[in-house]
Ligand binder design. Structure first.
Ligand code: KIV
Length: 259
């Protein structure tokens, strides 16, 4: 799909995976953003391999046509290449068709080993949220020459290690364009402009369910306010004795007052 406009989005559970699959997206990512948008943690560092396996399995049960990728969480690939393969195998057994891991040249050996084991790998460079403590936050990357060079080197290392695609997160549009032109694998961008081979967004940002959506995300519907209204209405109807009404009631078939 190099050169085409790949549509990717995250999903973490059965009902939302059914929706995004039916909408016709190309790629569904069970992202470690799960930790923040579903589990309420302050960063992605809290997602565990068990969390990712459970949610990947739920999404896999829903998906009929999209390509399913699962994130390798913090701590599941850093210790060694063999640990990385073991974690990737767990995600594939849960239903993933590929895994994504954060990092460039420093983790190229992990990518190589996972690919050697038969599991396709999507890279993730630029802003890598699992390293936000070391990077000193979530600022955009690749706006200056030095950092643009580093990102390009990371992209080439990821491709040479055998990755079949790479996510570029929060990278200057010009740098993302350069990387996209230089690589033969597709680039999938989030907050990295218009010149990539595809785009990815977090489902909860798209539908208005995130507490703190990033500045580059676009909200297409405010589902939070729709859900809030629905639950408020339910509470009001219960309190007023309006719900349940006759249509929601089952009646006894005999005189049960004699029971
Ligand atoms: O975890 C995630 O949702 C991601 C996307 C932001 C690419 O890695």
């Amino acid at each position: 799909m190099k050169g085409s406009r790949i549509v990717a989005i995250t999903a973490y559970d059965y009902p939302t995976a059914r929706i995004v699959d039916e909408a016709g997206v190309d790629v569904i990512l069970v992202g470690d953003s799960l930790a923040m948008v579903v589990l309420g943690y302050p960063s992605t560092l809290n997602a565990t391999l068990d969390d990712m396996v459970r949610h990947t399995a739920a999404v896999a049960r829903a998906v009929r046509r999209a390509h399913l990728v699962a994130d390798m969480p913090f701590g599941s690939y850093e210790p060694s290449p063999s640990k990385a393969v073991e974690s990737a195998v767990n995600l594939v057994r849960a239903g993933a068709e590929a895994v994504k891991l954060e990092g460039g040249s420093e983790y190229a050996d992990r990518i190589r080993e996972i690919v050697k084991a038969g599991v396709p790998v999507m890279g993730h460079i630029g802003l890598t949220p699992q390293r936000h403590l070391r990077l000193g936050g979530y600022r955009p990357r690749g706006r200056r020459l030095g950092e643009a060079r580093e990102i390009l080197l990371d992209a080439e290392a990821v491709e040479q290690a055998g990755a079949y695609s790479v996510v570029l997160e929060f990278v200057a549009e010009e740098t993302a364009e350069l990387v996209t032109r230089r690589l033969s694998i597709p680039t999938i961008c989030i907050g990295s402009g218009r010149k990539c081979d595809g785009q990815i967004l977090v489902f909860h940002d798209v539908v208005g369910l995130s507490d703190h959506p990033p500045p580059f995300a676009k909200m297409y519907v405010n589902v939070r306010s729709i859900l809030l209204d629905a639950v408020k209405k339910y509470a009001e109807e219960v309190r007023k004795g309006v719900f349940p009404s006759e249509e929601h009631v089952v009646h006894a078939k005999e005189d049960v007052s004699r029971a």
